[in-house]
Design a binder for this molecule. Structure first.
Ligand SMILES: *Cc1c(COP(=O)(O)O)cnc(C)c1O
Length: 433
């Protein structure tokens, strides 16, 4: 289990302002200094644009996923959930999400980057953290950070194992646990079946490195069961080859949200859901039905408000390029959120927002900081009215919701990109209802 990092807490507290992230501690000597981007802090927010992160929904989703696995803090032998919090926890703010999951009893976390793992340690997270990206710098100075922060590195070639071994020898360090990633068909990262022998040789000849985990990643878990089955067979064959060499990983893992929900045989010892924890289905509507996904609650809502209103006569045009023209006397609302906040410019003249509980179309070109909305069919629309960009709204005119999948359908994207695009300029407000 992880030890708390030796963090100088008082200095950290002095450096941080509410809701923002303190700069990395200055390391001794010439160790690398990992810079962390700053987030907009709720305390600094003047404009009404914000992302509301519902931590109770996050806990609900964790419990729902645990139940679907027969897991949970009390189930000893069930598959464990290691939540994937890369990309600032899919835009929800990694420190707050990690703290909530840690308190809720999640046994481990995964991130893509070393910087993301260090940010979580600096936030006081003690859980095991797997750094999935497998990149530790050309001089391997990242390895020092891995050890200093008690993180679990992912490795995929013999050279990495040899360098970790010499590092451990030079430092007189106890054996360093690694997760070996194998490529079973994703074609992105991991040892190929052809490279496997070299990796296994490196592990057997370097007792300084311990095979803690064996992992792979699916290319088509949300879409193509046959391709995923082929990857599963390849993974089992690799596991078998390792076993024959006396190399038995403590844990094996492969499943993202889609695989854990749809393919029980892909669950192994732990699963790595990301999107499902945030309450968004990894499937399209038809597959979602068939997969019997437990009820998930979207964790993020994105809100803003009407800051200007104008009447446009028939024939009048608005916005950059004058791409929208009134075909009737129209009422146009301006909202202070644009593409620099993560409201895609591809939503120009296509997407919708919610006002007073009813859908209203985006009118004209989304600009960097502002967007116009046609509220002609929203009786009573006035300055200050709440505008929902993402999530549910209830108002005098009804009740509706805009999901990440709907936005993604307009922009030719996927819900993952919609969530991670909400930029750091949008302050996150955490809710505990
Ligand atoms: C992002 C990622 C996951 C989580 O994927 P979701 O589809 O969001 O559940 C799991 N494993 C790896 C290696 C990833 O990169």
């Amino acid at each position: 289990m992880s030890m708390p990092p030796s963090a100088p807490q008082s200095r950290r507290a002095a450096d941080s302002v509410a809701g923002s992230i303190a700069p990395a501690p200055v390391s001794e000597g010439d160790a690398p200094r990992i810079q962390k981007p700053r987030r907009a802090a709720p305390a600094d927010a003047v404009r009404p644009t914000r992302a509301e992160v519902n931590l109770a929904h996050l806990r609900h989703n964790l419990r729902a996923l645990e139940r679907s696995l027969g897991a949970g803090p009390s189930a000893a032998n069930a598959t464990k959930i290691w939540g994937v919090l890369k990309a600032d926890a899919y835009g929800h703010g990694a420190p707050a999400v990690a703290r909530t999951l840690e308190r809720a009893g999640i046994p481990g976390l995964c991130v893509a980057l070393l910087e993301e793992a260090v940010e979580l340690r600096d936030a006081g997270i003690h859980l095991p953290i797997l750094v999935m990206g497998g990149y530790y710098g050309s001089r391997l100075d990242g390895l020092e950070e891995i050890l200093a922060h008690d993180l679990l590195p992912v490795v995929y070639d013999a050279g990495q194992i040899e360098r970790i071994a010499s590092f451990a020898r030079a430092e007189g360090h106890a054996p360093i646990g690694v997760h070996v990633k194998v490529d079973t068909g994703m074609g992105r990262l991991g040892a190929s079946p052809a490279e496997l022998d070299a990796v296994l040789d490196a592990l057997t000849s370097h007792p300084e490195v311990r095979l803690e985990g064996l992992m792979t990643h699916f290319a088509c878990a949300d879409s193509d069961v046959a391709a995923t089955d082929a990857q599963l067979r390849a993974f089992r064959a690799i596991e078998h080859r390792a076993e024959k060499r006396g190399l038995v990983p403590r844990v094996r893992h492969a499943a993202n949200s889609a695989a854990m929900l749809r393919l029980p045989e892909a669950r192994f010892d732990l699963v790595r859901p990301g999107i499902a924890l945030f309450g968004v289905s990894p499937f399209d509507a038809a597959t979602h039905e068939a997969a019997a996904v437990p009820e998930l609650k979207p964790v993020m809502r994105v809100l803003t408000a009407i800051v200007a209103l104008r009447s446009i006569p028939t024939g009048g045009r608005i916005g950059y390029g004058h791409t929208w023209q009134a075909d009737r006397p129209s009422l146009i609302a301006t909202v202070p959120m644009g593409y620099a906040d993560g409201l895609s410019r591809l939503l120009s003249n296509r997407g919708h927002v919610l006002v007073r509980g009813r859908r209203a179309p985006i009118a004209g070109t989304v600009s960097m900081d502002m967007t116009m909305v046609d509220v002609t069919d929203i009786p009573g629309a006035k300055l200050g009215d709440e505008i929902v960009i993402l999530g549910p709204q209830e108002g005098p005119l009804g009740k509706d919701a805009i999901g990440a999948a709907e936005i993604a359908a307009h922009t030719g994207s996927i819900p993952w990109e919609v969530l991670t695009s909400i930029s750091r300029r949008v302050p996150r407000f955490y809710r505990e209802p």
